[in-house]
Design a protein around this ligand. Structure first.
Ligand code: ZN
Length: 113
């Protein structure tokens, strides 16, 4: 399951930060999962629940933002919003689109004690 390996890389990142910045407890983990990132946020929550056990972020609140996808439409020559991969341009219906945002997954913040 691909969400489990994501959860493990998030755990590694938190443990590295905890050692570097010497905090013992993470209250909140803020994540950004673009709508085009092909990550199921419910599955990721579940995977993190398991992966973070016994770490400084055990029991931390997960705040997940899901920014919309963005693409550059060659025909309209502007950035448009994309609900999912494979959709046409909402303005002209064309498919000459290059994804420019909303396809990333990252930890955007950690609230620590
Ligand atoms: Zn267009």
């Amino acid at each position: 399951m691909h969400e489990m390996s994501l959860a493990e890389s998030i755990r590694d990142l938190i443990e590295t930060q905890a050692r570097k910045e010497r905090f013992n407890r993470v209250r909140t983990v803020e994540l950004e999962i673009g709508q085009l990132a092909s990550v199921d946020s419910a599955a990721l929550r579940f995977a993190l629940d398991i992966a973070l056990r016994g770490t400084p972020a055990d029991g931390a609140e997960l705040v997940i933002a899901e920014p919309a996808g963005q693409a550059w439409c060659m025909h309209c020559a502007r950035t448009v919003e994309l609900a999912q991969r494979g959709d046409g341009c909402p303005a002209c219906g064309g498919y000459q689109l290059a994804v420019t945002g909303g396809d990333q997954m990252r930890v955007s913040g950690l609230l620590v004690d």
